[in-house]
Design a protein around this ligand. Sequence first.
Ligand code: PEP
Ligand code: MG
Length: 572
Amino acid sequence: MTEKIKGIAASSGIAIAKTFILKNPDLSFERQTVSDREAEKKRLEDALEVSKNELTEIRNTAEKSLGKDKAEVFNAHLMFLSDPEFVGAIRSKIDDESLSAESALEDVSTFFIQTFESMKDNAYMRERAADVRDVSKRLLAHLLGVSFTSPASITEETVIIAEDLTPSDTAQLNRNYVKGFATNIGGRTSHSAIMSRSMEIPAVVGTKTVMEKAKDGEMAIIDGLNGVVILDPTAGEIEEYRRKQAAFKEQQEEWKKLVHEPSKTKDDVHVILGANIGNPGDVAGVINNGAEAIGLYRTEFLYMGRDKLPSEDEQFEAYKEVLEKMDGKPVVIRTLDIGGDKKLSYLPLPQEMNPFLGFRAIRLCLERQDIFRTQLRALLRASVFGKLQIMFPMIATIGELREAKKILFEEKDKLIAAGTQVSDGIEVGMMMEIPAAAVLADRFAKEADFFSIGTNDLIQYTMAADRMNEHVSYLYQPCNPSVLRLISKIIDAAHKEGHWAGMCGEMAGDATAIPLLLALGLDEFSMSATSILPARSQLLKLSKEEMKKHKEAFLNLDTAEEVLDYVRTKMI
Ligand code: PEP
Ligand code: MG
């Protein structure tokens, strides 16, 4: 019987094929203690060895088919298997409590997973918890002598249905056969969702129930555009979705024609469409999708998944690579935005009641100047390889901006005095993501070369609604007039001082928000690489002059709902 299930649209496109249900292997076991602890540790060592060999092989395959960057996650898994904190804790449990290797592993992995999950990070920490879960499952299977169903064994066109897809599952997907997937859990920023987007496999995640409802081998439709899964569709539905699929493909072909075009509105106004990246490997996707700039390079990813701070040279190489690959196009590199929800295992930070309002980003960097100065030197040295724009995150006060700039210029002077070349055209800007800064944007504009509006945080702070908390998600309203007025204020303040204003929060790639942002005068929109061509195509249909005529009207509405209704009926 046909069943329609709603989920989160994780990767666009439509897939129609038979289901392949990826079952979790039965990894149940009885908790017990052992008398021979040495033998138990030997079992652990053997399982570690097999798991490492297997992971090395998957990593090598993934490197070939997906590229070095996407394969990096398996290095993280391999690192866990050699991490003295993780493996040492399992060994100690066997030694101290005479636990079986399985029981010891269960205790230690549960502890690690809970610790990571309690950090409530929107993306990074959840991925670390997923990594521990993934790697522990593999290790446990080897301890129990149970084998996995490998998605690599699929040799006919299918859509995968799974509780969750681990990064290793996703990396093994053969694009020739796997047309799409749907999972019970996960969000748009989970590892598998991110990978599905870069592999361009339609995906719906977070359905909660698809695993229970799907039958192996029945037909299914994965609508990654609307976040819908249809199990056992009728002939009519298949027909309808084949038409939608063809239309989407046609639309993609149309979008592709815009790869080398500038981003212009109907009335010939040029705005910059940039991409957000997390590491140098993402630049290929940025170029393939025709981005004109990198509007946000989140450098914290360079500091993660490792056991010590990256050296100045390592950072220099990464920044240089991005600047060179972008070949003179603007690259906004944001200094370290760590702390709060994003922790580094090797950098102990104080326990906080409100980490989002805590010791993070620029606050931490101004305190830990050793870390900050190292990064700034790496950036300054890399600046001669392209068009670098340095951006400070989480600036709340003018004092912070002045202090950060002072440190930057001190490092610049020292490098120049030592005979190192530094570009003299580096723009120095700031994230606008704290309401205090937005309200005072006119003053900040006198001291910053550009603003990039971080709506992900700006909205949560303006509405006092945690961006991760589903109970208050109704308050997370990008189009609330209060948020729009702040954005308007920020853009006007930048323009008054002759500067540009961009946006690197998720809102910049939102088709409903784009007409509003255009009306408000935003100069640069930075988004995930795959949103660029749809945005470029949308801009071609919008006249900036026309949009501007609506500005007063929508800024004077009362509610977000009214704004949304206004855009849809009057602006698009
Ligand atoms: C933002 O806050 O909008 C932003 C782009 O930064 P992040 O999502 O990394 O906090
Ligand atoms: Mg932010």
